[in-house]
Design a binder for this molecule. Structure first.
Ligand code: GSH
Length: 216
């Protein structure tokens, strides 16, 4: 049995990524949601991981669980569960997809700082130059992938893969803060990420969280 420990659906960009991988590859799982930035979070997260951060994936029963923390490590573990289908099958595409995913995982600090993910509502925060450079680099990646691999399917590398999940929170940041798009191709990809049925389910839960003041 798989259990994914996540933070608030309105706020937790790192949680959204493996959650989308689980959904897109049809892996059944239980969700445990902890309210970020609360005493309850700090009390409960240590039951799952000494890293004290969400997301965490637990595979197996309480007697002999495998615990994986960190979004990208979880995505890699899930990729093994689906016999490698969560990355492109072609070697060159797989290397490219891993590179852009690693770039997301280790970079874009300014964009993440100034435009933290909010699944709901609208905000207005002007990005400093380094944040604008991050947003432009994301759009460059989307443009290149959607141009290069368009004939393979509608996602970054044709079929849905971990790279799409890694960039999904950025689509929400762009929506919340009203980003301008470098091209219709980039804008269409952003819209598609948000219109995805699994993303819509996440957004509905996020709205409910906010409306019920959950975790406040
Ligand atoms: N590199 C980690 C980052 C995880 C992370 O920073 N998670 C945030 C929530 S989105 C968290 O747990 N924050 C709680 C805290 O710092 O107290 C990953 O990829 O999973």
């Amino acid at each position: 049995m798989l259990t994914l420990v996540i933070g608030n659906k309105n706020l937790s960009s790192w949680s959204l990524r493996p959650w989308l991988v689980l959904q897109h590859f049809g892996l059944p799982f239980e969700e445990v949601k902890l309210p970020l930035d609360t005493p309850a979070f700090h009390r409960d997260i240590v039951k799952y991981t000494a890293s004290r951060r969400a997301p965490v994936l637990i595979d197996g029963d309480a007697a002999s669980p495998i615990t994986i923390w960190d979004s990208l490590a979880i995505a890699e573990y899930l990729n093994e569960k689906v016999q490698g289908r969560a990355w492109p099958s072609d070697t060159a595409l797989r290397a490219h997809a891993r590179a852009v995913s690693a770039e997301m995982h280790s970079g874009f600090a300014a964009l993440r700082t100034y435009w933290p993910m909010k699944s709901t509502g609208k905000g207005s925060v002007e990005l400093p130059p380094e944040g604008r450079a991050d947003a432009a680099r994301v759009q460059q990646i989307w443009q290149e992938c959607r141009t290069q691999y368009a004939q393979r399917g509608p996602w970054l590398f044709g079929e849905y893969c971990i790279a799409d999940a890694m960039y999904a929170p950025v689509a929400l940041r762009f929506r919340h803060y009203g980003a301008t798009f470098s091209s219709p191709i980039v804008e269409a990809y952003q819209r598609q990420v948000i219109e995805d049925s699994h993303m819509q389910a996440w957004l509905a839960d996020a709205l409910q969280e906010v409306n019920s003041n959950w975790g406040a």
